[in-house]
Each structure stands twice: as C-alpha cells, then as structure tokens.
Design a protein. Structure first.
Length: 141
C-alpha cells in the first residue's frame, strides 16, 4: 500500500501556533494528510526539490517569520515554480508590516490570517482559498 502524500503543508516554527492550526484544520475536517515543517530552509527545499510530492498539495499555510529563509522567500519560490505556482497560500502572521503584506499581495497570496488565530478568521481564509460554499468569504488581502 502506498503511503499517503501530504495534501496540506503548514510552514510554522512556533509549535503552539502549528498546533492551533492543526486543531483548526481538524474542526474544518481538513486535518488528514497534513505535514508541518518548522524551518524555512527545509520548507523551501521540500517545495522546490521534492518532485511529484508537491503536486499533491492543495494548500500551504505559511508563517512569515521563519528561521533561515523567510516566508516571503518561500512564497517567491512557490510562485517561481511552474509545478506549484498555482497553490493557494494562506499567510498566517503576527506581522503588522504593510510592506510585508503588500509584497505578499503582489506575489498572489490567497488570503491571510492575523495571529492570534481565531476560528472565524481561519474559516474565512479557508473559504477564500478553497472556495467552500456556504461560508461568507473574507476580503482578499
């Protein structure tokens, strides 16, 4: 039997925030086949060097402030790759920097959730990214 490939990637170095995201995904019944990577460099390598593994991804939850490689650098890598540039990327950040948010918008981030993460903000971001019917969509970043 083939191992299940990850469908959702969480790139988050804070274990508490990653755990909260996992719990929110469970509430939204999207918690199966989730992979968590806590280091920016490892995440970028996984996304750019793993061949067909990334073709099974349906979304990336991305923190901006990561060790070694920033979330913006990861987002640039995603958008530069023909294989995965279509991936919805949900920014999960504590950053209040308008420059960071503007850069992420220019790179086509699907939506963003401000930390601390609330269930309603998370639900709206998922609805925006996955086009879930019956959920009012939040304003795009």
């Amino acid at each position: 039997m083939k191992p299940l490939l990850s469908r959702i990637l969480i790139i988050e170095d804070n274990i508490d925030d990653a755990d909260l995201l996992l719990r929110q995904l469970e509430k939204a019944q999207l918690h199966h086949q989730v992979r968590v990577i806590a280091h920016g460099g490892i995440a970028l390598d996984y996304l750019t060097d793993s061949g067909a593994k990334c073709e099974h991804l349906v979304a990336v939850f991305l923190d901006l402030k990561l060790p070694a490689v920033s979330g913006i650098q990861i987002l640039e890598g995603i958008r530069a790759s023909e294989r995965i540039k279509h991936l919805p990327v949900i920014l999960v950040t504590s950053s209040n920097s308008q420059q960071d948010l503007d850069r992420c918008k220019s790179l086509g981030v699907s939506s963003y959730v401000q930390k601390p993460i609330s269930l309603s903000a998370f639900t709206k971001a998922v609805a925006d990214s996955f086009h879930v019917p019956g959920i009012k969509k939040s304003k795009s970043p």
